[in-house]
Design a protein around this ligand. Sequence first.
Ligand code: ATP
Ligand code: MG
Length: 337
Amino acid sequence: MDTILTGIRVNGELTLGNFLGALVPMVRLANEHNKTHNINIFVPDLHTIISDVDGDLQKNIIKSVKYYLAAGLKVGGNVHFYRQSYVPAHSELNWILNCVASMGELNRMTQFKEKSEGKESVNAGIFDYPVLMAADILLYDARYVPVGEDQFQHLELTRNLAIRINNRFDEPIFTPPEKTEEQVKFMNLDGGIRIRDLQNPEKKMSKSSRAENSKIMLSDDPSVAAKKIMSATTDSLGNIKFDMFNQPGISNLLQIEALVNDVPLQEVISTWAGESHYGDLKKKVAESVSTFLASFQEELAAISEEAVYELLETGEAYVNEVADRKLEKVQKAFGLR
Ligand code: ATP
Ligand code: MG
């Protein structure tokens, strides 16, 4: 059975954009394929400590798993949740892959260049994390790894390392993940969803944006979120139309309305076609968003910490066996066993 693998970033809060653009599509993908694929969802805690070392890691691990559950992920069967640091084979394989990856190819990673640019001191983890990522993937022979464009290069590196190692020994050890074009096709996400910044709709909504009014957080009080929608930037054309280029603010509202109600965008566009009162649209979207947030927050509160720990521990017991088997195969090939 093929494996779909995804990592949940462990950093505090998510925006409505993160939720609609990343979490919901992943949950849909997992629910669609959980009969025919292993669904590995791991919390990359070892990746997290590359940059953020603070007291909230444990809290954030639990919260990130809860987000998936509250977003409707169906558990059980082939779905495995686990924390990276609870599966020591990730670190073990990371080292072995370090001895195969070249400094040159890691130096070419644009993420590394971007993240280290202008910094006086950069930890080795930032340089090496693509190799840890390769270990995360190859341990499970994961075929599909839904990631954003910024991670495509790392996926290619993973493929290259797998192929290089397979060529080195008599029998293949790893299944390389599919090429990025195949990944994109499988995810069926081309055109991807980009929720815009409420104040500057030319930009995308970002959690790191400092203007509170420009983003909706999943933890926002529903009435506060409604006010943010009411104060969203629109335009002066007085025509409700989906046109991201000329009317990004209005288009963004139509898009949000469709996604939080889980109805096709075309349907929302038709409903509002020919209307000119932006206030009416805002009122409707504000209502939809606050209803959505209230019910999401209720779902979230209903998930106990114990349930999350149980899920993680069950997953970890399972994947440790799978990962150890693969690791042993690699260790034997390298003469370590
Ligand atoms: P930051 O400002 O720190 O970069 P971010 O909001 O851009 O935060 P990321 O952690 O970079 O969030 O990305 C998490 C996931 O959310 C990625 O899969 C990314 O593609 C998706 N995502 C981020 N912003 C949006 C958005 N506005 N609309 C849709 N998807 C988004
Ligand atoms: Mg980002």
